[in-house]
Design a protein around this ligand. Sequence first.
Ligand SMILES: Nc1nc2c(ncn2[C@@H]2O[C@H](COP(=O)(O)OP(=O)(O)OP(=O)(O)O)[C@@H](O)[C@H]2O)c(=O)[nH]1
Length: 301
Amino acid sequence: MIEAGFRSGLVTLLGRPNVGKSTLLNRLIGAKISITSRRPQTTRHRIIGIKTTASAQLVYVDTPGVHRPQGRRINRYMSRIASGSVEGVDCIVLVISAQGWRKEDEAALALAGRQSIPVVLAINKIDRIGDRRRLLPLIAESDGRMRFAEIVPVSAHTGENLDALERALLVHLPEQPPIYPAEQLTDKSERFLASELVREQVFGAYGEEIPYAAAIEVTRFKRLKGVLEVEATIWVEKEGQKAIIIGRGGERLKQVGTRARLAMQRQFGTKVRLALWVKVREDWADDARALERFGYTEEPV
Ligand SMILES: Nc1nc2c(ncn2[C@@H]2O[C@H](COP(=O)(O)OP(=O)(O)OP(=O)(O)O)[C@@H](O)[C@H]2O)c(=O)[nH]1
């Protein structure tokens, strides 16, 4: 039964790379939907997280960090997804860090400001600020940057003040029935999530250019009795990168595989058998056909 006055709508999480959008999405939904890492530009897709209560359904849209697209096709793709994700939504959450405004925040601020929809500013990572009074000048400064519908300090890490953020968003949603079934948490498949869980481990395990040179292709995803069988290829751009991923005697790849398998077991609640390969496809990040094959095909709604 849908309550009278039920509200539902789309809320885009926008911000520069690494401010904590995906961490925020996962906290708001209470489940791991979008992968996170210490490195910028982890999110490459538009990922929807759905939260349904008795009186409302908030459909959050996680986006790649807004950054100046460098020449590569994958970066242009990510930028297109981010900028397209502010269209046709009911509200935008612009996420910045409690450490203050940075030059890199400005592209996201400008993008949010160009829309004629309410923008709520979430000042994230407040757990890092010992004395909360230090937030007051940042709030005052933010107020001068744009006419925000509301400014809400939060911590995606601890969950602090997320109820206030939700309340600030709900008022901007139209009264209408839910968009998605109440039990649905995301628009992405388990197969997609499996590829992301491998990518998350690659982001965590290797430095420098390796995470950005890697794309994951899941070639088998089969639930058998009591076990989920997953096979995936880590595509890189150069032979040298392949050697680094594999490591001496295959040790590093083995470690990545173990971690990804355990993450999948937690995620899917079943025993997982995972086989990983590493292959080279030169310049895949700039190759339209390779991007399509690796799943970079979404169009913003
Ligand atoms: N201390 C603290 N760290 C946080 C918080 N939110 C996110 N982080 C950390 O910030 C880093 C980036 O988080 P992500 O959620 O991947 O950031 P993102 O904005 O989605 O990044 P992109 O994919 O680059 O757009 C990770 O190391 C997170 O653990 C927070 O509230 N407090």
